[in-house]
Design a protein around this ligand. Structure first.
Ligand SMILES: *[C@@H]1O[C@H](CO)[C@@H](O)[C@H](O)[C@H]1NC(C)=O
Ligand SMILES: *[C@@H]1O[C@H](CO)[C@@H](O)[C@H](O)[C@H]1NC(C)=O
Ligand SMILES: *[C@@H]1O[C@H](CO)[C@@H](O)[C@H](O)[C@H]1NC(C)=O
Ligand SMILES: *[C@@H]1O[C@H](CO)[C@@H](O)[C@H](O)[C@H]1NC(C)=O
Ligand SMILES: *[C@@H]1O[C@H](CO)[C@@H](O)[C@H](O)[C@H]1NC(C)=O
Ligand SMILES: *[C@@H]1O[C@H](CO)[C@@H](O)[C@H](O)[C@H]1NC(C)=O
Ligand SMILES: *[C@@H]1O[C@H](CO)[C@@H](O)[C@H](O)[C@H]1NC(C)=O
Ligand SMILES: *[C@@H]1O[C@H](CO)[C@@H](O)[C@H](O)[C@H]1NC(C)=O
Ligand SMILES: *[C@@H]1O[C@H](CO)[C@@H](O)[C@H](O)[C@H]1NC(C)=O
Ligand SMILES: *[C@@H]1O[C@H](CO)[C@@H](O)[C@H](O)[C@H]1NC(C)=O
Length: 474
């Protein structure tokens, strides 16, 4: 052994001791404030950068639009070499709309807040979705979503519960005053993409819908907290729209519109594009939305909605549980819907179906395009403090059929309405339901347990891996 390596052994020992000391020190700080964090994701990334490497300033006032764009552009170069992650450190990071890239992870530290700018010039205009023909708020174009991605694969937006704040109040005000000529931005929109994960973050005050995957497949969403004032306009929580293989788990949503709204395009535009939402599983959802549904199917359903499985759903002070919304002119279908184990408290309606929703994109819709509503199954539902058990309104000459409702106990509010089950233009069966259903849903002579599929969807077999990343800040 020569002198040099003796020296390096001694310094090695010193570094080892110092290292232990620092490790101790790091352990004393809460791990979430720095050090190493573990998170689960579709894939871990070889390359990692901090937003501050690109000149970002987290004071809540400085615009970081350039920093986000530069960071994502730079990291897109690592796509083919194991992908890259961008870490958003503690701070308030004001920015305009920005676009994602493939093989990319956006990781928000728990004390990071990404703030959406209120400067309209930082929101590019993008064309209407082909399956809608126009913007949802106004004819013509729409503002790009705050965080947008198109034609991507393998994208993760996650964190240990960091926050994205859409600062929606100014948009809600302008929308209510009729001062917008374009459709408001959504918070996160991913189009024509595959292998998407959005998890473990808090989303607040979106200008309009929060999470909008469209024309996409293989989507994992879990651990989202979504919060908007209950009177904010169209702040739907999660809207899978013409998507296949989607899994939504463990989300808590308080909003001014539907907590989850399953969609597939609007009237003649949706019929023409013809991409259904199918193979969707929703579990362990908690919803508060006094003026809207826990899970809405529609009203835009012209590309079809099928094979939706929802279980272990909780709703409090919400207008309805699962609501089907459609109209003449929509075409398409809502079929093979399976729901079990709902716990509901303070609801206007437990079950609601509406065949006269109206709301057409333009007068060019075909009134002869009738939707097919069939094979709708609800079971194991406990509801308290309910005003109406059900309002089930099909379409004359286009009855909603194959409705099965079993094992449902509904306790009514102090002053319940007399007509508890208001049914028109529907057909089906009930079993072990209180209060007793309408004549169009007669009690079966044999005990019926409405079906729920036993097989697993491909998206349920997508395994997440544990990633470990060092957060070099304290
Ligand atoms: C993300 O959420 C899941 C379940 O919702 C939880 O098991 C996991 O520990 C969370 N991960 C992080 C990094 O917060
Ligand atoms: C990421 O890309 C940059 C720029 O092309 C390159 O210098 C770096 O080596 C890449 N990192 C990895 C881990 O491949
Ligand atoms: C994001 O991409 C879309 C479509 O490619 C484009 O129209 C838009 O301007 C981009 N947004 C930003 C902020 O660069
Ligand atoms: C994205 O994919 C769609 C559907 O495949 C295609 O029509 C469109 O041209 C693609 N856009 C880009 C920018 O590649
Ligand atoms: C995430 O943060 C939100 C808002 O502060 C909080 O309500 C929620 O409980 C947190 N979730 C987790 C898993 O810590
Ligand atoms: C909206 O359009 C009207 C009529 O074209 C125009 O007068 C008005 O200035 C526009 N408003 C905005 C905010 O662009
Ligand atoms: C879905 O995503 C998983 C994990 O990213 C991947 O292994 C699988 O091939 C994807 N499936 C399809 C059909 O794209
Ligand atoms: C029951 O529902 C009514 C609205 O119908 C509400 O005002 C009341 O607070 C609820 N009661 C309880 C105990 O939650
Ligand atoms: C449904 O109710 C029937 C009659 O009370 C009961 O025998 C059965 O176990 C229940 N089934 C489920 C799946 O809860
Ligand atoms: C029953 O439902 C129909 C159709 O939704 C509605 O027009 C009617 O007002 C309801 N009747 C009562 C008594 O609630």
């Amino acid at each position: 052994m020569d002198g040099k390596s003796k020296m390096s052994n001694v310094s090695g020992a010193i570094f080892f001791i110092l290292g232990l000391f620092f490790l101790r020190a790091a352990e004393c700080r809460t791990p979430a404030n720095g050090g190493t964090v573990k998170y689960s994701a579709l894939s871990c990334r070889k390359h990692s950068a901090l937003l501050t490497d690109f000149g970002a300033v987290g004071d809540g006032k400085t615009s970081n639009t350039k920093a986000f764009k530069a960071a994502i552009h730079h990291l897109s170069q690592n796509a083919s070499e194991g992908g890259a992650q961008l870490i958003v450190p503690p701070g308030k990071w004001l920015t305009g709309s920005f676009n994602l890239t493939s093989h990319f992870t956006l990781f928000l530290h728990k004390d990071a807040v990404i703030l959406a700018t209120q400067d309209e010039s930082e929101w590019p205009l993008v064309p209407a979705l082909p399956s809608y023909g126009r913007g949802r708020d106004a004819p013509g174009g729409r503002f790009s979503s705050f965080i947008f991605g198109t034609n991507l694969t393998d994208v993760v937006i996650t964190g240990n519960n960091g926050t994205i704040d859409g600062q929606g109040a100014s948009w809600w005000k302008k929308f209510k005053a009729g001062q917008l000529n374009e459709t408001r931005p959504y918070m996160i929109e991913i189009m024509y993409s595959n292998q998407i994960q959005i998890s473990n973050i808090t989303l607040v005050n979106s200008p309009s819908w929060f999470v909008h995957p469209t024309y996409s497949s293989n989507i994992t969403i879990h651990g989202l907290t979504i919060l908007a004032p209950i009177d904010s306009p169209n702040t739907d929580g999660i809207n899978p729209d013409s998507c296949s293989q989607t899994r939504i788990e463990d989300c808590f949503i308080v909003s001014g519109d539907d907590c989850i709204a399953v969609k597939s395009g609007w009237d003649q535009y949706g019929i023409k594009v013809g991409i259904p939402t199918e193979h969707l599983v929703i579990r362990r959802l908690t919803c508060i939305s006094p003026d809207s549904a826990t899970i809405a199917l529609g009203s835009e359903m012209s590309g079809g909605i099928r094979d939706v499985r929802a279980e272990d759903i909780t709703a409090l002070s919400t207008q309805s549980s699962v609501r089907i919304k459609t109209a003449q002119g929509r075409g398409g279908y809502v079929k093979d819907i399976f729901v079990r184990r709902m716990t509901l408290k303070t609801m206007k309606y437990v079950f609601w179906m509406t065949g006269s929703y109206g709301s057409h994109p333009d007068p060019g819709f075909d009134p002869k395009a009738l939707p097919l509503i069939q094979n709708i199954n609800y079971k194991q539902v406990e509801a308290e403090n309910v005003t109406y058990s059900a309002r089930l309104e099909g379409i004359p000459n286009d009855h909603f059929k194959g409705i099965c409702i079993s094992n449902v106990t509904i306790t009514l509010t102090e002053k319940p309405k007399k007509l508890q089950w208001n049914c028109t233009d529907i057909a089906g069966v009930t079993s072990n339901v209180t209060p007793k259903a309408c004549d169009l849903l007669p009690e079966s002579k044999e005990v019926v347990d409405c079906p729920f599929p036993e097989d697993r969807l491909a998206i349920e077999d997508v395994k997440l891996v544990t990633c470990s990343t060092s957060l070099p800040f304290f």
